[in-house]
Design a binder for this molecule. Sequence first.
Ligand code: PGA
Length: 258
Amino acid sequence: MTSPLRRPLIAGNWKMHRTVDGSVELARALADTARVGPRTDVVVAPVFTALHAVAKALTGTAIGLAGQHCHWEDQGAFTGEIAPPMLKDVGCAWCLVGHSERRQLFQETDAMVHRKTVALRRHGLRPIVCVGETLAERESGVTFEVLRRQWEGALGGLTGDDARAFVGDVVLAYEPVWAIGTGRTAKASDAQSAHAYLRDRIRNDLGEVADGVRILYGGSVKADNAAELLAQPDVDGLLVGGASLDAAGFARIIQAAG
Ligand code: PGA
């Protein structure tokens, strides 16, 4: 049975798109169009430069704010980086961690994912930790091994109650790399089996805390396939890239969550 802790979460990752004005316009259009159900969480992740303005535009709406990335230190000589307390200061309650673009293009490792997740939790921000296999990994039959390695990497050796508390604060996002930005969505049944694998893994290691962990699917989600993905028993929400840049389309995806 789906736990009541697993409120559907629909997250829009705007990636490196939109100026400040363009982001505010998109946020306003979304706030005007989207009907967010009382049991659904919605967040958007604009570029850093637009966070402050979008936070203002979304004040009083049911749409929350996420960073796309952060550093693990609170401050210091880390040119170009941004710290969790700064995300919090600007109005974020969430942050993506370990997106495959960060892992592939910016050499973000499992160890970094762990440190960032710990830092976000320390500041009361909710990490959305992304995992997922490449096409080559899927074709060579190692999908579950990759998911396991990335999950264990995020956990970073924590065990027992420490691990349970960590998991209780984290949202996972299964994003097969081959489905991101390609128009090639995972079949709902493939998404379900990856999500069920992750939940079983957590249950085996840590017990029933697994039943409350939200696991989002991401990778070419559109208004047309959102409902089928959300109908899978272990799919607790969606992480949406390209389709979140269109307010009307993203509003339909939100609607699919109820
Ligand atoms: P996409 O991106 O929806 O454009 O495939 C998803 C993501 O990268 O989070």
